[in-house]
Design a protein around this ligand. Structure first.
Ligand SMILES: [Zn+2]
Ligand SMILES: [Zn+2]
Length: 173
């Protein structure tokens, strides 16, 4: 959703409150794509602080399906954040601002782009379905949280066992 902040510029201290719905149903990081399973409307407060500087505050609350880092099962991951950014809408904004604020086009604020950037920087580095997730069997790929697969990962290769026996007998001497 696009929100024109132009009317705020007429007076310092002026405020605008607005709710928008996140339009995206998937969150595409460019590397991975997560489905969005729940989303609450985003609440914005825009305030003309002074000198055509607008303070943007947002409450974002979305839930994504992110695969567990060990067993790869989807984990509902809630991302709830408060964002706060100030943009310079004067006629000659500082050069740095132009690159950084891709969610602004002149005085028009792009909610979707803003929310995307905020969610992206707040994505968890690693998600686990539980702290004691057993992961998947590295031989057959079975999810070990649902039961064992029968692959015996403890039994040693007979030749290894023999070598170990010899090694141990030397140690005892
Ligand atoms: Zn897991
Ligand atoms: Zn297995």
């Amino acid at each position: 959703m696009l929100i024109d902040l132009w009317s705020l510029l007429s007076q310092e201290g002026k405020e605008l409150c607005q709710q928008t719905n996140l339009e995206m149903d998937k969150f595409d990081t460019g590397v991975t794509c997560y489905s969005i399973v729940e989303k609450n409307p985003i609440s914005y407060v825009f305030r003309h602080v002074s000198d055509k500087h607008i303070l943007i505050q947002a409450d974002i609350d979305v839930t994504l399906n992110i695969p567990c880092g060990r067993c790869l099962e989807d984990v509902k991951t809630n991302i709830k954040l408060k964002a706060s950014k100030e943009v310079d809408l004067s006629d000659e904004p500082e050069v740095d601002d132009i690159d950084e604020f891709v969610f602004m086009d002149g005085t028009v604020f792009d909610s979707e782009r803003f929310a995307y950037g905020e969610i992206l920087v707040n994505l968890p580095m690693k998600v686990l379905c539980s702290n004691d997730c057993k992961g998947i069997c590295n031989r057959c790929g079975t999810n070990l949280n649902h039961g064992s697969c029968g692959c015996d990962t403890t039994e040693l290769d007979p030749r290894m066992a023999k070598a170990l026996e010899i090694f141990n007998s030397f140690k005892e001497v």
